[in-house]
Write a protein that binds this ligand. Structure first.
Ligand code: SF4
Ligand code: SF4
Length: 520
């Protein structure tokens, strides 16, 4: 059985613009993405637009079964670099040539947005006509106005050049990332679509939940975090609006479970109050990762009462390397938070990174010792899950000049696997990480390998040959995108990282003039 609630039904023949919002990953991931819901709701509020959803591996819409070829605009949400070959598979399935230069003049305009498109659009530029750089509701309304005015938007791409947040490769030298400045202006989808199904593969990540956006952006300044750099500063929704949206959402969906969404939800100035209000209103509250500073006994009690079983914490590495990545949380804070959670019979998930800049064999050994000592705290084997991921440098972060050393990462992972034996210990495959590195840090020359990997598995050595080598002297391909943050600030952060120097949180220690806030 599979049905969907709140599906939008319109007559495709009676609208001005047919828009395919495509997600190059499985249905459950698509429906867990608030951005995907925002686009659907925002565009379907426009009478003359019908926005339909298309999810991987299909090339036809969920609403009417129409192939991508039949739409006026086909948009892809690029959340993860690994999804790039999926975009090509979907285009093919939907009756379109993957290369933009081979498509016909009456084919749809193919656009892409999302964090990967916004940070470095170049690798996907052979396939995508136009990129949306930044947050959808700050760009799409003006973009759609122009689409309406044109007979053939694909043939008249120059008409979009003046839209803030648009980047057209080959036609524009640069573009600026656009954000919603005041969260009162952010789009809040209330009538969210959700599935009714017994098939676990189709259930979204937070289960059948209403997604409530608490905040956007985060200025904590972790030096590996691309989202943190792109979407600074933190912008929060006021508590009254949050409570009202939760109530409206319940009316529109009938759902009693609520997932709090944001880059750093627990940094919300009234986070504990919000959680306790929602629990009092009868909601089951779930939230992704918590900042350790916000994990208090009271907060966990509230979350536990509302049904949350597991908390996720990211210690990243040892104390020394936390200085390098600018995440100054102590081992004691980690231990206290875990202890509080275990006392409440909650489970804990811990995330670590290996391969961070300046990491030595001694650091790795020390991280392993730390993990072992944390494992000893678990009341039983199932109450602690540990996940270790290779560190992958990302564009627009202070670590964009760091090399990804595949051989070293492989050796580290093997060492950890040999020494950390537990049923709930997961490590990411270093080959997959190398591919992600190449895709995120490359340029338009990656077109051939992306296309090849949309047909077959490409040998890892072929990816390795494309490993980019950037340094402070070279111009970086993604510098065509101005995210607001100044290069001088990034360089300074990189140099501080190598010395292990901290840049404390600007929200409490004052502004560093990084460039992300307009008025500074
Ligand atoms: S706390 Fe750090 S990792 Fe988390 S969103 Fe903020 S900058 Fe990124
Ligand atoms: S401009 Fe200042 S306040 Fe704004 S994010 Fe940067 S450092 Fe923080």
């Amino acid at each position: 059985m599979f049905t969907e609630h709140n599906l939008v039904v319109k007559d495709p023949l009676k609208v001005e613009v047919r828009f395919a919002s495509s997600y190059p990953n499985l249905y459950r991931s698509a429906m867990s993405s608030l951005g995907f819901h925002i686009i659907y709701d925002l565009l379907n509020h426009q009478q003359d637009v019908y926005c339909e959803r298309v999810v991987y591996p299909y090339g036809r819409s969920l609403e009417t079964g129409s192939p991508l070829k039949d739409f006026d605009v086909v948009s892809f949400s690029l959340q993860y670099e690994q999804d790039y070959p999926h975009v090509l598979e979907m285009l093919r399935e939907g009756g379109l040539d993957v290369r933009k230069n081979n498509r016909d003049s009456d084919d749809p305009l193919v656009i892409a947005g999302g964090p990967c498109a916004s940070s470095n659009p170049l690798p996907m530029s052979p396939f995508i006509d136009l990129f949306i750089i930044g947050e959808a509701e700050a760009i799409l309304p003006e973009f759609m106005d122009i689409v309406r005015q044109l007979d053939n938007p694909r043939e008249e791409l120059e008409s979009f050049i003046d839209v803030d947040g648009v980047f057209i490769p080959g036609m524009m030298q640069e573009s600026k990332l656009v954000k919603v400045e005041d969260m009162q202006d952010a789009w809040r989808p209330v009538k969210q679509v959700f599935p009714e199904t017994h098939n676990k593969e189709l259930v979204p990540a937070f289960g059948k939940s209403f997604l409530l956006e608490v905040s956007r952006g985060c200025a904590r300044g972790c030096r590996f975090c691309m989202a943190g750099c792109l979407y600074r500063p933190r912008r929060e929704v006021d508590i009254k609006t949050l409570i009202q949206t939760a109530e409206d959402g319940r009316k529109a969906t009938g759902l009693n479970k609520i997932a709090l969404i944001g880059a750093a939800v627990s940094d919300h100035s009234q986070f504990e109050f919000l959680c306790s209000e929602l629990v009092d209103m009868g909601f089951i509250v779930t939230t992704p990762s918590l900042r350790i500073e916000s994990v208090t006994g009271d907060l966990l009690e509230i979350l536990k009462t509302s049904g949350l079983k597991t908390i996720t914490i990211a210690p990243e590495s040892t104390w020394k390397l936390r200085g390098v990545v600018n995440k100054p949380i102590t081992d004691d804070q980690i231990i206290t938070a875990m202890d509080t959670a275990f006392k409440l019979n909650m489970n804990v998930k811990l995330y670590f990174l290996t391969g961070l800049p300046t990491e030595t064999d001694e650091d790795l050994q020390e991280m392993m010792n730390l993990i072992r000592s944390l494992q000893l705290m678990a009341p039983h084997q199932d109450s602690l899950r540990i996940s270790i991921n290779p560190f992958i440098p990302k564009p627009h972060t202070p670590f964009q000049w760091v090399e990804f050393d595949h051989g070293k990462i492989k050796a580290n992972i093997n060492f950890l696997k040999r020494n950390l034996k537990s049923r709930h210990f997961k490590v990411e495959n270093p080959n997959k990480s190398l591919i992600q590195y190449v895709l995120s840090m490359g340029d338009a020359n990656l077109g051939d390998i992306i296309e090849e990997s949309s047909h077959r598995k490409v040998p890892i050595n072929d990816w390795k040959k494309l490993t980019p080598h950037w340094n402070l002297e070279k111009k970086l391909p993604w510098e065509v995108i101005d995210i607001g943050m100044k290069k001088k600030f990034l360089v300074n952060e990189y140099k501080k990282a190598l010395k292990g120097d901290l840049t404390p949180w600007c929200e409490t220690f004052g502004c560093y003039n990084c460039g992300s806030c307009h008025e500074k």
